[in-house]
Design a protein around this ligand. Sequence first.
Ligand code: SF4
Length: 202
Amino acid sequence: MDFTKVSKALEERGFKVSAFPTGKEACAYLNERIDGTSVGLGGSVTLRDIGLYETLPGHNEFWSHWAPPEGMTADEVRERAMHAETYLSSANALAETGEIVNIDGTGNRVAGTLFGHKRVFFVVGRNKLAPTCDEAIRRARNVAAPKNALRFGVETPCVANGGDRCYDCKSPARICRGLVVLWEAMRGCETEVVLIDEDLGY
Ligand code: SF4
């Protein structure tokens, strides 16, 4: 995939950009960039599938509520991740015009991309790209969120219908409780988008 347009748009919005043909190469790059520091991860199939859960803990203080250290609860780990030097997340959608879109239920993931860290990396597979900000929001709501709901197995209409679309449900199990659009890199935070020419996550 040609990332020229989205890379230019992201750079104009203050994001650093790097691009890799494979998740394996992106994983190696991130392990070089994130070394001997503390790192927090938002829940992300992309981060898991490119191998960061296996590689980053060996040379960093590593905080992910998907892999809590023995004796710690997921909430305690979320709290530690919020204070890490570096934070990693994927995106539910990325507009080719440069906006980054994420939906969250607990809030730790979107909060972690906004404040509290020296560096933030968004790791984004090619399948997350959409032509415009409106289309990116549509993708986040109607593609990424129902698939994530399916993964969690929650009792929501999108899951009952096989994850076909969002029903803007009023279910107590609703996983979509907040939507964040980054128009620009947040002030005072070095923010990099790592693009990968593979389909990753939802
Ligand atoms: S708002 Fe409800 S129906 Fe829509 S994707 Fe989220 S959980 Fe599913």
